[in-house]
Design a protein around this ligand. Structure first.
Ligand code: HAM
Length: 402
């Protein structure tokens, strides 16, 4: 067979997929605890949604979208991110006031693939709409932080900044633009191109970092309302004991952010791909999509990057393997009983030898091997240092207590 997955896309099989399952389970648990029900939107949307939402001066929109015409000639795009779709769904459903949603699913960006930078990648994220107070920002930022802690991302660092709002940003952007023009001759071609279209993005440049030390920073030019908002967010994070650093050059790669912007960084990762996630407030996004004014914020985390940063292998999720001495037809009822009682058990359906079944159990990393000797008989539970017989009916409780 000569088929391979398209460049920058991956198959995920066990044991790697065990880490995925654990991460996605933790995501469900944590978002449930914080009151975020699931929201599902299409993987494919009208191209204009991203042009207007994500922003037509961003690299995502200018260089990285998978855009195609459907059979009726409509321009559609595989979503490069989830946020504009969720805001569209909120507006379309006629929702009012505070609304929360958590998502998990694939996104697509035509990037130069490398470890942690894929063309199809998986985001988990939340959006919290219809809220403008700084406590909402603190809740959202804390949720992402606690989740990454629970997953076990090592050396986790949170960076926060404020990008201002329509009150203070235009004057700041003009000031930054003049500054960048004054040093344009020394800037890289990429940053020089941004001076007219989106000077804020130039602050993000890794190449030009040494030249940008004197550039005015958004946090120094905030209006009083934005400054108060940012200070409240920081105070709330202090109160929640969520450690962060104020990063004046954090601007993010999307156009819609106002006020709060943040990133979660795993210091163990490669510098170019070290953001495991990011987000911020986007109080103007709903209007940019042609809807009414709805403030909101959220974040998204890249699951591949998150898992790449984990050193520890994940435990196999299988609790036990049942080796049958009397064939598969006889064993399946015993396995079914254990499963219905909540145990995670696998067995051989092919009638292979007892020796081959033991080998399979070890290959799957089952911590317990149950030996089934036939209807109504005892199971022999074998673990590393222990061996005991018990009636089948007692096995579920015994497995659970281990
Ligand atoms: P973003 O920073 O573009 O934000 O993406 C969020 C995360 O997705 C990144 O930090 C990274 O972990 C992961 N990611 C992005 N591109 C790739 C890629 N090519 N390969 C692997 N992982 C990738 C957003 O998408 C915003 N929608 C976040 C947001 C939600 N802001 C407000 N609400």
């Amino acid at each position: 067979m000569s088929f391979r997955p398209p460049k920058g896309t991956d198959d995920v099989l066990a044991p790697e997929s065990q880490a995925w399952r654990r991460a996605l389970r933790l995501w469900d648990e944590l978002t449930t605890r914080y009151g975020y029900p699931p929201v599902m939107t299409p993987v494919v949307e009208a191209t204009e949604l991203f042009e207007r939402g994500t922003g037509d001066s961003t690299e995502i929109v200018t260089k990285e979208m998978y855009t195609f015409a459907d059979r009726a000639g409509r321009s559609l795009t595989l979503r490069p991110e989830v946020t504009p779709g969720v805001v569209r769904a909120y507006l379309q459903a006629g929702m009012q006031g505070a609304w929360k949603g958590a998502y998990s699913g694939p996104c697509f960006r035509y990037e130069q693939p490398q470890a942690g930078r894929r063309r199809q990648f998986w985001q988990v994220g939340v959006e919290y709409l219809g809220v403008e107070g700084p406590t909402a920002d603190a809740e959202v930022i804390e949720l992402g932080y606690r989740y990454l802690e629970a997953v076990g991302v090592p050396d986790l660092e949170l960076r926060v900044n404020s990008l201002g709002d329509p009150e203070c940003r235009p004057a700041y952007v003009e000031e930054l633009r003049s500054h960048l023009r004054s040093i344009a001759a020394d800037l890289s071609a990429d940053s020089a191109k941004l001076i007219d279209v989106n000077p804020l993005r130039a602050l993000d440049s890794k190449t030009d970092k040494p030249l940008l030390g004197d550039a005015p920073k958004p946090a120094d030019r905030l209006c009083a309302a934005c400054r108060r908002h940012h200070e409240s967010v920081r105070r709330a994070l202090d109160g929640l004991r969520v450690p962060y650093t104020q990063d004046d050059s954090l601007v993010r790669g999307l156009d819609y952010y106002t006020r709060t912007a943040f990133e979660y960084v795993g210091r163990g990762l490669d510098a170019a791909q070290n953001a495991v996630g990011g987000g911020g407030r986007y109080d103007g996004l709903a209007e940019a999509l042609g809807g009414r004014a709805v403030p909101g914020l959220g974040f998204a985390l890249g699951v591949e990057r998150m898992l790449l940063s984990l050193a520890e292998p994940v435990d196999p999720s299988l609790g036990a393997y049942l080796v049958s001495e009397t064939g598969p037809e006889d064993a399946i009822a015993a396995v079914s009983l254990l499963r219905r009682e909540g145990a995670s058990v696998d067995f051989d359906t092919e009638g292979r030898s007892v020796k081959a079944q033991f080998r399979a159990a070890r290959r799957l990393g089952a911590p317990v091997i149950l030996v089934w000797r036939g209807e109504g008989r005892l199971v022999d539970a074998q673990t590393e240092g222990e061996r005991r017989e018990m009636p089948l009916g007692e096995a579920p409780a015994w497995l659970k207590a281990r």
